[in-house]
Write a protein of this length. Structure first.
Length: 141
């Protein structure tokens, strides 16, 4: 089932729920009718069920598209390299540096690289700020 079919199921469910809500006041009016109360309750619950199942099918369709690597019928573009990124996968920003191997690692690569016996980890160094006016103003104040 496609994402578009999920949209239609959600719309039909919303209309059925709206019809059920509109029917309920007639059941509680001056001339009470148990049949209208049952009809309104059934329409409301059917509409809620259809809307929920439409959301479910739409999520499943989007999940399968993401797993296959396509979005709206087009393949996903290749992930861009992050400047100053992980030295193993070159796709994410590094969160830690292995002092033994001199590698900056992202969380994904750290899980594969981790060895408590031989590696020592430290936070990656940040680039030094250039002193300029703000540093001079701080020193003078």
């Amino acid at each position: 089932m496609t994402s578009r079919a999920g949209n239609w199921i959600i719309a039909v469910g919303a209309l059925a729920a709206f019809g059920g809500v509109c029917t309920l006041p007639a059941a509680f009016g001056e001339h009470r009718d148990a049949a209208l109360l049952g009809l309104g309750a059934c329409l409301l619950s059917l509409g809620a069920f259809l809307a929920a199942s439409g959301i479910y099918w739409k999520a499943r369709a989007l999940q399968s598209q993401a797993a296959s690597g396509t979005v709206n019928g087009e393949s996903k573009p290749a992930s861009r390299r992050v400047r100053g990124g992980c030295e193993l996968c070159a796709s994410e920003a590094p969160v830690i540096q292995c002092r033994v191997h001199q590698l900056q690692l992202c969380p994904t690569c750290l899980a594969e690289h981790y060895d408590a016996r031989s590696c020592a980890y430290v936070p990656p160094r940040k680039p030094a700020n250039k002193g300029g006016r703000s540093m001079a103003a701080k020193r003078g104040a």
